[in-house]
Design a protein around this ligand. Structure first.
Ligand code: AMP
Ligand code: TRP
Length: 335
């Protein structure tokens, strides 16, 4: 087969619109999305149905869904090359999720660390959706027969579950789903909190100094980097005994492309002050142009709506075909 006639491999990924994206979302996931569209056929989704697993203020969720889409465009996702859409605009996601939930075991879902973490954090609202969430995520991926799923390291377990469910379905009915592979970056797959470097950086953290948002201005970024927790040893070096410094080094490495050895050399004998300023500057250099583009896109509501409408239609066509096949295989009556 020639290169032209081979189907390009397909990618799907998603992000929840539960607040402004963090530096962790950017380095761990989103920044790879734009790069991958040259080589793959890509679908990128704002996972607003997933966001309902935690209580949301409806007006905010609506607004944040638009903002998430605008931010994805600002980071370089080209809606002509890729399909950018909102999950709830393609009903097949919720429909396939039900079928997959009926093929996912209680025991499997109970082992998901994200479920355990989130149910501890929201003890007053451990709802069924929070528990079956991986079946919805599996539906997101399997509807498009994605080959690769670019995510941060925290999503690896959900990917493994998706593969198991897909394989089980294929064995039980007949080959239907492509088994997806995770695509996890080597540096920055887990960006840690700036305040408690044992925990991952998360936008839901109660301490705003623990994360950097993609919308933070230069002064805020500098201040948060300067306050980042390090240690008393004063040497820029990575190691398990130095989680704070190692985290800053990973961030700097991910954004500048420099490896750890050259970062150590660069800051030898300089102390943390200079190093933290350089880390802040590397973040500012990447985020400022994205922020300008974000403001421009967000102000153009007509354009954004048009992109999302087009994305919903294109994604809907692909998803609809898979759902019909699945319904037929599991015995849903077709008229
Ligand atoms: P979420 O914000 O949970 O919807 O996550 C969206 C994407 O960002 C997923 O691919 C996550 O794996 C990734 N991600 C979230 N937090 C981090 C982090 N602290 N470090 C690296 N990747 C992250
Ligand atoms: N569950 C992912 C997260 O919280 C977001 C997500 C939803 C996703 N559906 C997906 C990621 C499909 C990859 C593929 O980060």
């Amino acid at each position: 087969m020639t290169q032209e006639t081979q189907r390009k491999q397909r990618i799907l990924s998603g992000i929840q619109p539960t607040g402004t994206f963090t530096l962790g979302n950017y380095i761990g996931a989103v920044r790879n999305w734009g790069v991958l569209q040259q080589e793959y056929e890509c679908l990128y989704m704002v996972a607003n149905l997933h966001a309902l697993t935690v209580r949301q203020t409806p007006a905010d969720l609506r607004q944040q869904t638009r903002q998430a889409a605008a931010m994805l465009l600002a980071t370089g996702i080209d809606p002509k090359q890729s399909i950018l859409f909102v999950q709830s605009h393609v009903p097949a996601h919720a429909e396939l999720a039900w079928v997959l939930a009926c093929n996912t075991q209680f025991g499997e879902l109970s082992r998901m660390t994200q479920f355990k973490d989130k149910s501890a954090k929201h003890a007053d609202n451990v709802n069924a959706g929070l528990f079956t969430y991986p079946a919805l995520m599996a539906a997101d991926i399997l509807l498009y027969n994605a080959d690769l799923v670019p995510v941060g390291a925290d999503q690896k377990q959900h990917l493994e579950l998706t593969r198991n469910v897909a394989q089980r379905f294929n064995n039980l009915y007949s080959p239907t789903f492509q088994l997806p592979e995770p695509y996890i970056p080597k540096t920055g797959a887990r960006v840690m909190s700036l305040q408690e470097p044992e925990k991952k950086m998360s936008k839901s953290d109660t301490n705003a100094n623990s994360y950097i948002l993609m919308t933070d201005d230069a002064d805020t970024i500098l201040r948060k980097c300067k306050r980042a927790v390090t240690d008393s040893d004063g040497v820029v070096r990575s190691g398990e005994d130095k989680p704070g410094v190692t985290n800053l080094m990973s961030i700097y490495s991910a954004l500048t492309g420099k490896d750890f050895a050259s970062i150590e050399a660069e800051f030898q004998g300089q102390g943390y002050g200079v190093f933290k300023e350089a880390v802040a500057q590397s973040i500012i250099d990447v985020f400022s142009p994205i922020q300008q583009e974000y403001a421009r896109i967000l102000a153009d509501k007509a354009y954004l709506d048009e992109v999302l409408q087009d994305g919903a239609q294109r994604a809907g066509r692909l998803a609809g075909r898979t759902l019909q096949k699945v319904y037929k295989k599991v015995g849903m009556l077709q008229l």
